[in-house]
Design a binder for this molecule. Structure first.
Ligand code: P1T
Length: 377
């Protein structure tokens, strides 16, 4: 079956009690049991909820995964995956990730004995030499937030497996419509469903998709034991969102390309970060690995003053954190999403004070471009 058919039907069977076509929001904390140990498979809503189960089947199917688990946020999904490693284990972390992911490693997991090193995963030779005897996991984001670096997932997976490590890919920027990490050899996919999967800027959530049964059982155990579950209402919202994922991603991709081209030719823009531009260092890899380039575009304005002018002059684009919604959002990575990354590290990655990031929405692209044009001038 094709992607959209799976998106609309996987997990979305009509309700057995009423025939409701849309999966009901099972807003309950517990379930009546017929007798001791006799129940319909649902005991307590942290452990099982039918709305969440429907979403879990849905996104797992979209990622081509056997198992999927929905969490309260992207960060809690990542945290659950990091519970596959133990104190004394070592993780290779891509040197550019969402600031919150870096913060989780540097400020939280480090306190629990999880060692990590940052590595430029766009250069496979750097990955190959970074393994240590205790390396158990490689965690990458591709394309990265916010400088859009692209990692060869197949090459990283081969290197990791040769060294006895698992590969986790944060697929938030692409969504399963534009990139399928498990098919490229990765072991685990994580998402912030807050972004494209939900797509309407009205829910915070996360997801873990994987094929290994033993790891899946542990993730499920963590989901229940720690309890950072996605609520029934949010599960419903994301399930509603994924039905239109394909059409939304096509529109984000179309608009993203046009906005990137416009910015690349603008005299006030010093540099544009977008894998769809032939000038992007991993353009050929992105063409091969992704079905499109998506709607995330970053650009360099030269200074904090210039960035501030653009960010405060836009009228249609909304100044705010997050991404992946139908509306265009504009942000300042250095002071917003990546403020927790040390300033020296930010500089080497290109996360300067002049960097502006746009999550290109699915409005009429002429209106987005006109807004950016007036803000830049
Ligand atoms: O916000 P949350 O749902 O917990 O997801 C965290 C997260 C994980 N991975 C990536 C690639 C992300 O971009 C994010 C969250 N990012 C933003 C809020 C942002 O504006 O970049």
């Amino acid at each position: 079956m094709g992607f959209s058919t799976i998106a609309i039907h996987a997990g979305n069977e009509p309700d057995t009690a009423t025939g409701a076509v849309s999966v009901p929001i099972y807003q309950t904390s517990t379930y009546a049991q017929e007798g001791l140990g006799k129940h319909k498979g649902y005991e307590y809503a942290r452990t099982q909820n039918p709305t969440r189960s429907a979403l879990e089947k849905n996104i797992a199917a979209l990622e081509g995964a056997k198992f999927g688990y929905a969490f309260a946020s992207g960060m809690s999904a990542t945290d659950a995956v990091l519970k596959l490693v133990k104190a004394g284990d070592h993780v290779l972390l891509g040197d550019n990730t969402y600031g919150g992911t870096y913060r989780l490693f540097a400020r939280v997991l480090a306190n629990y004995g999880i060692e990590f090193d940052l590595v430029d995963t766009t250069d496979i030779s750097k990955v190959e030499t970074a393994f240590k005897p205790n390396t158990k996991m490689v965690f990458v984001e591709t394309p990265t937030n916010p400088v859009m670096s692209v990692t060869d997932l197949q090459a990283v997976s081969e290197a990791a497996h040769a060294n006895g490590a698992k590969v986790v890919c944060d697929n938030t920027f692409m969504s399963p419509y534009l990139q399928q990490p498990l098919a490229l050899g990765c072991d685990i996919v994580v998402h912030s469903t807050t972004k494209y999967l939900n797509g309407h800027s009205d829910s915070v959530g996360g997801f873990v998709a994987l094929n290994d049964e033993e790891d899946a059982q542990w993730i499920q155990f963590i989901q229940n034991s720690v309890g950072a579950i996605l609520s029934p209402m949010d599960s419903f919202l994301v399930l509603r969102g994924t039905k239109t994922l394909a059409v939304r991603m096509e529109a984000h991709d179309r608009n993203g390309r046009q906005v990137a081209n416009f910015l690349a030719e603008h005299p006030k823009v010093l540099k544009v970060y977008y894998p769809g531009l032939v000038s992007h260092p991993q353009h050929e890899l992105a063409k091969r690995q992704q079905k499109g380039f998506g709607g995330m575009v970053s650009f360099e304005t030269g200074s904090l003053e210039n960035a501030k002018k653009v960010l405060e002059s836009v009228k249609l684009c909304i100044l705010g954190e997050s991404l992946g919604g139908v509306e265009s959002l504009i942000s300042h990575p250095a002071t917003m999403t990546h403020a927790s990354v040390p300033v020296e590290k930010r500089k080497t990655l290109g996360i300067t004070d002049g960097l502006v990031r746009i999550s290109v929405g699915i409005e009429d692209v002429e209106d987005i471009i006109a807004d950016l044009d007036q803000a830049l001038s």
